[in-house]
Design a binder for this molecule. Sequence first.
Ligand code: LLP
Length: 463
Amino acid sequence: MSRSAHPAGPRHADVLPEGHYSAPAADLNALDEKVWSRTVTRDADGALTVGGIAVARLAEEFGTPAYFLDESDFRARCRAWADAFGPDADVFYAGKAFLSRAVVRWLKEEGLNLDVCSGGELTTALDAGMPAERIAFHGNNKTVAEIERAVEAGVGRIVLDSFQEIVRVAHIAQRHGVRQRVQIRVTVGVEAHTHEFIATAHEDQKFGIALADGQAAEAVRRALSLDGLELIGVHSHIGSQIFDMAGFEVSARRVVQLLAEIRDEHGVELPEIDLGGGLGIAYTSDDDPREPHEIAKALSDIVTRECESAKLHTPRISVEPGRAIVGPTAFTLYEVGTIKPLEGLRTYVSVDGGMSDNIRTALYDAEYSVALVSRTSDAEPMLVRVVGKHCESGDIVVKDAFLPADLAPGDLIAVPATGAYCRSMASNYNHALRPPVVAVREGEARVIVRRETEEDLLRLDVG
Ligand code: LLP
């Protein structure tokens, strides 16, 4: 056992301060395949490699902090979702998790559709050649200009989120002489949290139109009465980072009930339902996500069963996974800066990024894993908190984790499963420069979103 470079830091589980963490892994050098992307491994020298390239080379060429995205893993996950749901269903990747033109091209090549929720995402999708009919346009407050653009482009569906929007989209479509395909987003009274769901009698949130008090049925009435709209179905999204399928089952049941009510009232069977995204991924070894084929089977079983009992034709199902596709495919690489052991507490390890490249820990109390990746180490485990370089004590990247006690400034550490909602929610706080996204595949690495520069900052600041 090597000597610790930081003797004041607590090391063993039996002397740990209070907090939420698992016991240190028996071997800190081991890489749990649940949290790392598929081509990640360690080379003969102990350095982590992705797509066959060692992190030291990546750091030298692209700098740190940086996100490294495992392109073959991304493509494999797209295919797994498409195969699991089969030809009678549609998979829409939720672009809010992470979107770039390269990603759009991969989605297109792998046969996925795309969910966008802003003019910026729509522009990126169209610019990269995603056929408009494969795009779904979301949002609780789409501007008139955004709706115009979506209708003009001919997006496959607009998901209506309010009574005002029903009229607005209908008018715009009529003005363009088209019937816009739309779905109505309903709130089904299921509030999904990370590991649980709570059925609620009424909704208290900005998205969707409530089922409970007949609002959704009224929205359907209005949409069916407007010439500019072709109502193709009902949409429900119950939350994010969900492991328990029970919330989806309740949601599917209620959506099918609404389809039956629509059939009874209007004599039409809407052909589609969309059950949204929200499937959880492993951020730490404690998380056990489901595979796409299990999810597909659970959803299609419940929809088929409910439709049989309501004597409805089974509608075409669509889903909108974002995190479950891109989340596990990337890690953030940081260089270790200052290290502060706090007697009886933990050791603070500062990295060259922070809440500007990963706001999720500060915002959602999210948990992440971390590993020393530029080398292996036989040193004892040391309880650490990985923090950024921002002027804020809440600037935490990994709240509680173990790293080898001989960690030193200049080492490279990596945080896995940062593909979703990290670059897409990155900020310039403290005038930080947002890191690049580098796609790695079969021994080649290329920048797909470049690092910001100080010139970029000054260009926006017009004096
Ligand atoms: N569809 C709709 C209508 C959504 O609102 C969302 C996410 C998704 C699909 C994709 O959900 P996913 O499969 O990625 O969980 N920033 C938060 C997550 C916000 C999700 C918002 N909507 C986070 O970092 O956890």
